[in-house]
Design a protein around this ligand. Structure first.
Ligand SMILES: CC(C)(COP(=O)(O)OP(=O)(O)OC[C@H]1O[C@@H](n2cnc3c(N)ncnc32)[C@H](O)[C@@H]1OP(=O)(O)O)[C@@H](O)C(=O)NCCC(=O)NCCS
Length: 378
């Protein structure tokens, strides 16, 4: 051992690296707050535009502030033609790779790209919040050989996303579900992608770098990819009568049940509760109640795990919801990313405000002073 007596915090579990006023997770009781407001109040009363303002600016907007902010969002939803061309070039890539690439490239079109002041970072965060749905929807159409659709300034961001995806003004009920989903994903403490974004910001790289990093980190199945995996699981189960056996076989085989477990929540993720009834109602409205029934049976089969603190998380019901809204499965993580941009932005502003380089250490456990051998002699 070359570095003895070092305390390792593998996975940074339970390590606090700074202070925040952005969000608070009470993992024991299953509670979540954005800027001090309970997610229960916010999910029931606010739309994504209002929540984006709250998360980024720190306060709930007045009616006139919300109107001005919504206008700013809508005026920024368009994309430069060069970005549409870039999306076309990389259209065969995974939607998260396309989103990451397009956001990264947008840095080249933002005159404030290097300005890390709070004001400029918030302006850039607002723009990226507006542009992300346009990127994802444009890519979805381009890869099907269809023309991208220009956003409609009369519609909300969530409604616009569905409109730009499918080319028809969505049912207000469908748009409301996506809106709520964005609200529930807007901010969530020092999750892996926010940490990634903060690491980028801690080097004084700009917001585009931080959001690009956030998207990259979010892509993994242990983080944002679970909604898609839950839907894959539901499709494999196929019928509620087979759910219990499927869960048993997966767990007996050492597998994990997607949509369950969380690093911080040891109780039910409150965000999942806000989607549960909506999914049931959506399934009935679309004449496909079976997905909700399958998930109910999975929940029942996972009861012994819930008692150990492995409960359903936000991804558990969202995948089936997207599926019932006819959204392609590989777009599910991108929806998470679109909702999370205000949270990443808020945390980057906090990081810049009181910056310290995020640079932990690794304990070296390899050999030292090995005899060097010339390449010709190896
Ligand atoms: C999210 C997640 C990565 C958090 O993991 P973590 O805090 O690092 O916890 P660990 O991976 O150390 O797991 C702790 C224990 O719970 C078990 N566990 C955690 N999640 C589980 C799941 N989804 N299914 C079955 N067992 C699970 C682990 O097997 C481990 O058991 P062990 O101590 O007997 O080995 C993990 O719960 C997971 O992989 N969940 C599925 C993916 C998912 O839904 N992600 C979305 C998160 S919002």
């Amino acid at each position: 051992m070359t570095e003895e007596g070092v305390t390792l915090y593998r996975g940074l579990r339970e390590v606090y690296i700074d202070r925040t006023t952005s969000s608070f997770i009470n993992g024991k009781e299953g509670k979540l707050y954005y800027r001090g407001y309970s997610i229960d109040d916010l999910a029931q009363n606010c739309g994504f535009e209002e929540i984006s303002y709250l998360v980024m600016m720190g306060e709930l907007p007045t009616a006139s502030e919300l109107e001005a902010f919504s206008k700013e969002l809508k005026s920024n939803m368009g994309l430069p033609q060069e970005i549409v061309d870039l999306i076309t070039i990389v259209k065969d890539a995974h939607p998260m790779d396309v989103l990451r690439t397009a956001i990264s490239a947008l840095a080249g079109f933002d005159s404030e790209v290097d300005d890390n002041s709070s004001e400029a970072t918030l302006r850039k965060g607002t723009k990226l919040t507006a542009q992300a749905p346009t990127i994802v929807a444009a890519h979805s159409r381009i890869r099907q050989g269809l023309d991208p659709i220009t956003p409609d300034p009369k519609l909300s961001i969530a409604a616009n996303f569905l409109y730009m995806l499918f080319g028809t003004v969505p049912d207000p009920e469908d748009a409301k579900l996506i809106d709520k989903d964005f609200v529930l994903h807007a901010e969530h403490g020092l999750n892996a992608s926010a940490f990634g974004a903060r690491v980028a910001a801690s080097t004084q790289a700009d917001l585009h770098c931080a959001v690009t990093t956030g998207i990259a980190v979010l892509k993994g199945p242990s983080h944002g990819g679970a909604a898609e995996s839950v839907m894959t699981m539901s499709l494999e189960i196929g019928d509620e009568s087979k759910a219990e056996q499927y869960i048993k076989d997966t767990l007996d085989g050492g597998g994990r049940i997607m949509g369950f477990g969380h690093r911080v929540y040891k109780a039910v993720d409150p965000r999942s509760l806000h989607l549960q009834d909506d999914l049931k109602a959506l399934g009935e409205r679309k004449g496909e109640p079976k997905w909700y029934s399958i998930l109910q049976k999975v929940l029942e089969a996972m009861q012994p795990y819930a008692r150990k603190g492995i409960c359903q998380n936000v991804d558990f019901f969202s995948g089936a919801m997207y599926f019932l809204l006819d959204i392609p499965e590989d777009l599910f993580i991108s929806i998470f990313a679109m909702g999370r941009i205000p949270g990443w932005t808020a945390q980057v502003v906090e990081q810049f405000d009181n910056n310290i380089l995020l640079r932990p250490r690794l304990q070296y456990v390899g050999e030292l002073d090995r005899k060097f051998i010339q390449i010709s002699d190896r």
